[in-house]
Design a protein. Structure first.
Length: 174
């Protein structure tokens, strides 16, 4: 079990873009900015109600992407912590970095509706029948789940799903 996660370092290409996301979208506070002895641009972000920090480090040009370089923790449940971070970064990519293809849309037909109702029912978010009708209870439960998963900016009101959301739901069901 992890007793305490001290900090997580993420290397980033664009420090200002990344800071805007964490500060302006997620509401984290920049605790400190500095240059490392090796010349890296560093920013430390405070997580509310936690002693943990997220350390952002501007990546060297050759890496061309965001990745975690290390986690510092106390305890022995590091795998679970990494899995949660991967889930969070997947959502960040899905919601903030990926633009939707207007051709990649899934109609919520009876088969999709029944799948979503079962999916939501398995999570205790839908109490109605799994009948394949996309009714108001189904929509409300799905939108609630979308909010929990931080996907609220992907909610559609036209009886359709973005293809990326449909793939995410099916991936979560496995």
């Amino acid at each position: 079990m992890i007793k305490k996660l001290l900090h997580t370092r993420m290397r980033v290409n664009d420090m200002e873009e990344t800071l805007r996301f964490y500060r302006d979208i997620l509401g984290l506070e920049v605790a400190e900015r500095k240059r490392s002895p090796r010349g890296s641009d560093l920013a430390f972000l405070k997580i509310p109600n936690s002693e943990e920090l997220i350390e952002l480090c501007k990546v060297a040009a050759r890496y061309r992407g965001k990745y975690i370089s290390h986690l510092r923790n106390e305890g022995n449940a590091l795998i679970e912590a990494i899995e949660e971070l991967v889930r969070i970064f997947h959502i960040w990519d899905l919601t903030m970095l990926t633009r939707e293809d207007p051709e990649d849309i899934v109609d919520i037909d009876a088969e999709v509706a029944a799948f979503l109702q079962g999916f939501l029912s398995n999570r205790g978010l839908y109490k109605g029948p799994v009948h394949g009708k996309w009714d108001s209870k189904s929509k409300e439960s799905f939108e609630s789940w979308m909010g929990v998963e931080n996907l609220e900016n992907k909610v559609r009101k036209d009886g359709k799903l973005w293809g990326s959301v449909w793939r995410y739901v099916r991936e979560r069901e496995r």
